[in-house]
Design a protein around this ligand. Structure first.
Ligand code: HEC
Length: 158
């Protein structure tokens, strides 16, 4: 008699284990397609942000940092006529990616002056742009960086 109880107990335990381990997996599979859809949507969002950023960049930044974000080729070695720094490249060949996303945001929004009150150079802030617009410009700038740098950067800051 006791034996039967033990066997019944063991069988129910087994059923319970099978149930609890298989059903959550079933759930995951069921919803994994939705995750995929989410990824697609965020990919699309990112591309549209990059597009917006590219347009604003063209209008506001090309004159100094260049159409291809290459900056002035003498940016490391020479100064402009007033003795100020020349525009550096933003495409990953300079040191833009050594700044955190927050620093880059502030450089663009408030200018170098935000970090150095005595700054008299040419990188003024663009406070007329909304935060979203600046984030879009940043997405655009980062989209031009070599994959390796982008990966390092995301790993470090996200
Ligand atoms: C009138 C010229 C000029 C314009 C326009 C300009 N910049 Fe700059 N920018 C500079 C200069 C010069 C520097 C270097 C700062 C310094 O050392 O004086 C700089 C630096 C930067 C940096 C820091 C880069 C680094 O590697 O440290 C970022 C980011 C940047 N600019 C983004 C932008 C963006 C985005 C725009 C457009 C919204 C823009 N700039 C428009 C001249 C300009």
């Amino acid at each position: 008699m006791k034996k039967t109880y033990v066997i019944i107990f063991l069988i129910s335990l087994l059923i319970a284990i099978i149930y609890t381990t298989s059903s959550p997996n079933g759930f995951v599979n069921q919803f994994s397609n939705l995750d995929g859809a989410d990824e697609l949507i965020s990919e699309e969002l990112l591309l549209s942000k990059i597009d917006t950023g590219r347009n604003i960049y063209k209008e506001k930044c090309t004159s100094c940092h260049g159409k291809e974000l290459v900056g002035n080729k003498f940016w490391r070695t020479k100064k402009d006529i007033d003795g100020n720094n020349l525009p550096p490249p933003l495409n990953g060949t300079g040191h833009t990616w050594h700044h955190s996303p927050e620093q880059l945001f502030k450089i663009i929004k408030y200018g170098i002056k935000h970090f150095d009150p005595n700054y008299e150079g040419n990188m003024r802030g663009f406070e007329e742009l909304s935060d979203d617009e600046i984030h879009s410009i940043l997405e655009f700038i980062m989209s031009t960086w070599p994959e390796e740098i982008r990966e390092q950067y995301t790993e470090k800051y996200q």
